[in-house]
Design a protein around this ligand. Structure first.
Ligand SMILES: C[S@@+](CC[C@H](N)C(=O)[O-])C[C@H]1O[C@@H](n2cnc3c(N)ncnc32)[C@H](O)[C@@H]1O
Length: 212
């Protein structure tokens, strides 16, 4: 996790992580989700990272929605729980240990599933697991929301995305920016309808699937 706008004098025992990209993209993501999340119910986030997105969403959306963060990484889970405590979020549950590739998932149902900036920083199996797991917890019509950089018809949408893709693949050949059509085909195979795509700042996309 990148370090970010940390408090001037962080406590040495403070497990919170600070992600500069989460600070930048949380409001544009909130704007899209306000228009698409249900009025009430449970929102599961996969790969919550630092936890900054989920506490921001939970604070903005109010108590009719219950937010369930999750992470594969234990230190990230400590950060998520610390953020929820610090922000006094009554509608954020303790972070679940959830690896998207695992089966079954440790949660039976959700009204929406969010996954922000994970699928390019994980092997493709994580995307397949995300689709399978999300399909298992969502009812028909339920939302699976993805955010990140994507290629469209095999082409990068910006030079900076191409450079980012190359840097990811250099770090791990199994990582890399995913193609929107390939993603939609994996989603279709898992039981989702064709996505709605919303362009986002900094050459990212919001990709919204509904359980068929
Ligand atoms: C770039 S960070 C994004 C975190 C956060 N969503 C954000 O946008 O700030 C990617 C996260 O994906 C998590 N991750 C990677 N593979 C995963 C998997 N198979 N299941 C769940 N989480 C995973 C990592 O632990 C990491 O926290």
């Amino acid at each position: 996790m990148l370090s970010g706008p940390e408090p001037e004098d962080p406590r040495p025992d403070d497990p919170r992580r600070f992600s500069p990209s989460a600070a930048r993209n949380r409001d544009p993501i909130l704007a899209v989700l306000r228009a698409h999340l249900p009025q009430r119910g449970t929102v599961l986030e996969v790969a919550s990272g630092s936890g900054e997105h989920i506490v921001h969403l939970a604070t903005a959306m109010g108590d009719d929605l219950l937010f369930q963060p999750s992470e594969a990484d234990g230190e990230a889970r400590a950060s998520i729980d610390a953020w929820a405590r610090e922000m006094r979020c009554r509608n954020v549950l303790p972070a679940l240990a959830l690896d998207a590739t695992a089966w079954p998932w440790p949660i039976a149902s959700a009204d929406a599933v969010l996954c922000i900036n994970m699928i390019h920083i994980a092997p493709w199996q994580a995307t397949v697991g995300l689709m399978r797991g999300a399909a298992s917890v969502l009812a028909p019509g339920g939302l699976l929301y993805l955010y990140g950089p994507f290629t469209v018809a095999g082409a990068h949408t910006a030079e900076s995305n191409a450079a980012f893709d190359a840097s990811l693949r250099a770090r791990d050949p199994a990582w890399g920016v995913r193609d929107l059509d390939t993603l939609a085909e994996a989603a279709r195979a898992a039981g989702f309808a064709a996505p709605e795509v919303v362009p986002m700042p900094a050459n990212n996309l919001s990709v919204l699937f509904r359980r068929a």
